[in-house]
Design a binder for this molecule. Structure first.
Ligand SMILES: Nc1ncnc2c1ncn2[C@@H]1O[C@H](COP(=O)(O)OP(=O)(O)OP(=O)(O)O)[C@@H](O)[C@H]1O
Length: 889
């Protein structure tokens, strides 16, 4: 039963790939709901290599020239501090097979318990190197052949991959006598080219990179740099001899990443003695060719390229210069302005590497004291030079690149932001590498549409691109730490490598010529072309020297290649048409789905908006209602106040009061009031009409009343006028009498005329009594007139009442019209005569007290008047007041 494991780092699943890589062979178990999983997942790429290839690419890949990418596994031994942590989770079954058992506390075990995945995984590799394996054994199995290939003109890449602290750097660089793969490769290389080094530094021009040539000036600059690096290394070594403290930190502008002394100590102590390292010399080298060896060293730190040979560590810290990636004419990426140093020995190369490592980014993490925080790439370029060739031009350049990848790790375990960022970048570039390898593997099956390989998604994959695309071959060393605590990370790393093991190398540069030859052989009738090229020459041609072919054959080659180009063009056109069709149909489908989605969301949005609008309108309505209700209430109150003020004013003016309609007083809505406004206006007009009529009636009544009461009134007025005249006369008499009395008194005091005085007084008293009688009569007349007037007023009030009940004023005393109802205090006074009566007593304001005294005086005898006249106070009024008269009565 085929098993689908979750692919590492977002790669396509193996089920999708339809390859026999992840399959289960063990007994099934599991529950009812979930498909049963086998106990062991078998990840066995290396075992059925040939058969799988044959199955996958019948006729599509040249089996003779293709081979699988080599993936080696190295398990490091546990350190003293990790003793007992293994828990048997890693066990080697044989040279190629590894068994992983999930420890109890691992995430994998938890998932296995839930039936999601297996707890046991089986992996196969090209070769497994256990904890007890030596560096020498590893070198023999991995790098040794690669060095030979490079000297033959091939390009080779070796990279280490694994979780942090799994032994990658140790594998590449080594320590002490356990020198790593790189120093061994250098020593081996120089042993092999011994005596055949092209020592001249004035290669002019030397084919430096595929794209540019060094001129003399640049060569000198490189020489200076080389010497400075070697000098630097010498200084550091002598300094280290005296102290064991840490090296300068923050070299080259890296403030947060430190350089760990022990890391450098390891490289320092690496043994480079060929005999000690048991490295044999001798190689199958091309006759007469000399070699010029150059090295470069750079790192990819946080997705930036830094030249590690650019600045010597003793120089003042300065901002690091980042390098850029460019493409040469063939579209191969290369690092622009990278320093290449020509070296003459393995020691020189190692010293330069050490100098470069002082610029490299290391830091202490929770797992590794000396953790590499960047991918470091050390390249050795071998220039194959024919000394006899004109101007010493290199005929071929081959390259051995050793890449120490930074370890994958869990970001969440970093508390430090810088470490977290580094871990993120490391994981991202490793993820891209995984995706590239997955895409390459996918593309190997020509029956399926090709995928774009995302080399451009990270600097690392762009740089290594050539080794995956035919410019060379690559090998991977997977390092694992057998500790159970990092089991889950180890499992992920192994799954990644399982994909890499499925890769088949693309046709190499050399095999392109072989490919052309195979084409000729295929297309030539019955191998006729074989005669064109001699058998002995065939091997030379396959080695890449196509110029050995004669003209006729070359023309044939051109013809064949032209036809091949045409065929491939047609093939590509068909492919393009298919792809276009598929893309169009997919896009159409996608657009349709998007359209549907948009329509749905649009409808949902519009419904939502509609609802929101409705809600808003409702809320607004509610608030407007509240607002207007309040406003109208206030206005109603205002109107009531105004109506009351108007009523008051009208009452003062004598108009009948306007009573607000009942509905109005109850606070009707404004709209109702507005509608009844016309009614009010109509009623007002009617009222004013009634008033006019009332005035006319009053006028008429006045005229009528003049007939009956006029005579009486005239008589009373006449009497009053007489009374006034009499009173005036009387007042004059009294004044005269007063004067006489005073003179009589004076005379009485001085003479004897007392009898005469008494008579005079008596006459005066009689006259006063007579005048009082007249006043009484006048008062009676006035009372009669007043009663008459009151009757008239009542009659008028009756006439003035409104004809309809609606406007009938309530018969309250306060609402009386002035003309209709007099105030009570003036009730007994005839309104027309009051000013007269008032003017009658201009000197005194009558008060009750005074009136009482006046009433008393009215009862006094004339002699008492005489006595009062003697007092110094002003003389009292000779006429008794109304109050006095009343009292008298
Ligand atoms: N095969 C081995 N034998 C003995 N010790 C080893 C072996 N492999 C690794 N070690 C030790 O394990 C520790 C971690 O190794 P190393 O620094 O090479 O790990 P790494 O994978 O490069 O880590 P990182 O990715 O964090 O840089 C070192 O102390 C190293 O000496």
């Amino acid at each position: 039963m085929a098993l689908c494991l979750s692919p590492p780092y977002g790669c396509r699943s193996d089920e999708e790939e339809e390859m026999a890589v992840f399959e289960s062979t063990a007994a099934e178990h599991g529950g009812m709901a979930r498909p049963r999983l086998p106990e062991i997942s078998v990840i066995s790429p290396g075992l059925e290599t040939r058969s799988t290839i044959t199955q996958l690419k019948p006729g599509n890949v040249d089996e003779g020239t293709s081979e699988r990418v080599k993936v080696f596994l190295r398990i490091r031994p546990l350190t003293d501090s990790e003793e007992g942590e293994e828990q048997g989770c890693v066990s080697i079954q044989d040279e190629q097979t590894l068994l992983l058992r999930a420890p109890a506390e691992s995430q994998n075990m938890r998932m296995a318990e839930r039936g999601i995945t297996q707890s046991i995984h089986k992996f196969s590799f090209s070769k497994i190197y256990g904890p007890a394996s030596t560096q020498q054994q590893l070198y023999e199995g991995t790098m040794k052949k690669m060095v030979n290939d490079v000297l033959k003109g091939e390009n080779r890449l070796l990279y280490t991959y694994g979780v942090t602290n799994s032994g990658k750097t140790y594998t590449i660089q080594g320590c002490g006598r356990e020198a790593g793969l790189l120093p061994r490769a250098l020593v081996s290389l120089f042993r092999k080219v011994q005596g055949r080094l092209y020592g001249a530094m004035d290669l002019k021009p030397v084919l430096y990179q595929d794209v540019r040539q060094l001129d003399t000036c640049e060569i000198k600059a490189e020489e200076i740099r080389r010497n400075s690096l070697l000098k630097e290394d010498e200084n550091q070594s002598s300094r280290r001899a005296g102290t064991t403290s840490a090296w300068d930190s923050g070299i080259g502008g890296l403030s947060s990443t430190t350089h760990i002394a022990s890391q450098l100590e390891d490289t320092e102590s690496v043994c480079l003695d060929p005999d000690s390292l048991s490295l044999s010399g001798g190689a199958d080298l091309e006759e007469g060719v000399q070699f010029s060896i150059w090295v470069s060293f750079f790192e990819i730190y946080n997705e930036f390229l830094y030249d590690l040979l650019d600045a010597s560590p003793s120089q003042q810290p300065r901002k690091r210069v980042t390098l850029r990636l460019s493409d040469d004419k063939q579209g191969n990426p290369y690092v622009k302005d990278l320093t290449w140093i020509q070296i003459r020995s393995a020691e020189e190369a190692w010293r330069i590497l050490k100098a470069g490592r002082r610029n490299q980014s290391f830091a202490s993490t929770h797992l590794n004291q000396n953790s590499s925080r960047s991918h470091s790439i050390f390249s050795i370029r071998v220039l194959h030079v024919h000394p006899e060739a004109s101007s010493g031009q290199a005929m071929r350049i081959s390259e051995l690149t050793v890449c120490d990848l930074a370890g994958s790790e869990r970001c969440k375990e970093h508390r430090n932001g810088e470490r977290m960022k580094e871990a993120n970048n490391i994981n991202t570039s490793l993820l891209t590498l995984g995706r590239c390898i997955a895409a390459l593997r996918h593309n190997q099956n020509k029956s399926r549409p090709a995928q774009v390989v995302p080399f451009r998604d990270s600097k690392l994959t762009r740089i290594l691109q050539g080794f995956f695309c035919g410019r060379g071959t690559s090998s991977m060393v997977v390092n694992i730490n057998p500790c159970s605590s990092i089991y889950d990370e180890t499992l992920q790393a192994l799954k990644f490598s399982a994909i890499a093991t499925q890769l088949v190398h693309g046709p190499s540069t050399k095999t392109r010529v072989a490919y052309i030859l195979s084409l000729l052989q295929e297309q030539g009738p019955n191998g006729k072309d074989k005669t064109v090229i001699e058998e002995e020459e065939e091997s030379d041609v396959e080695d890449g020297d196509i110029t050995l072919l004669n003209m006729e054959y070359l023309l044939q080659v051109i013809d064949v290649l032209r036809r091949e180009v045409q065929r491939q063009r047609k093939e590509k056109e068909v492919l393009e048409a298919n792809v276009r069709e598929e893309v169009v149909s997919e896009m159409t489908e996608l657009i349709k789905r998007m359209q549907e989605g948009f329509t749905e969301s649009l409808e949902a949005q519009s419904a939502l908006l509609e609802k929101r609008c409705e809600d808003k309108v409702n809320i607004l309505q509610k608030y407007w209602n509240q607002f207007y209700t309040q406003e109208m209430k206030e206005r109603d109150e205002e109107i009531e106040d105004l109506t009351a003020a108007l009523e008051e004013k009208k009452r003062q003016e004598g108009d009948p009061p306007i009573t607000a309609p009942l509905a109005e007083t109850q606070g009707p809505r404004r709209s109702h009031r507005i509608s009844s406004q016309t009614e009010v206006n109509r009623l007002r007009a009617e009222l004013s009409q009634c008033r006019v009529e009332l005035l006319a009636k009053t006028q008429e009544m006045k005229l009528e009343a003049t007939g009956t009461a006029g005579a009486l009134t005239n008589a009373a007025e006449r009497k009053l006028q007489d009374g006034q005249r009499n009173l005036h006369q009387l007042r004059q008499d009294l004044q005269k009498l007063g004067v006489d009395l005073q003179s009589g008194e004076r005379a009485c005091c001085s003479s004897t005329g007392g009898e005469r005085l008494r008579r005079t007084l008596k006459a005066a008293d009689q006259r006063i009594a007579k005048q009082n009688q007249i006043l009484l009569e006048l008062q009676n007349d006035l009372t009669l007139v007043k009663a008459d007037l009151r009757r008239k007023a009542d009659t008028l009030a009756g006439l003035a009442q409104p004809p309809t009940a609606t406007f009938a004023a309530p018969a309250t005393p306060g609402s009386c019209n002035k003309r209709v109802c007099m105030p009570s205090e003036v009730e007994n006074r005839p309104p027309q005569k009051r000013p007269f009566l008032h003017s009658l007593f201009p000197t005194r304001t009558p008060t009750r007290k005074y009136n009482t005294r006046a009433a008393q005086e009215a009862t006094l005898t004339p002699s008492s008047h005489i006595l009062r006249s003697r007092q110094p106070s002003p003389p009292p009024s000779p006429v008794p007041t109304r109050w006095a008269l009343r009292g008298k009565r």
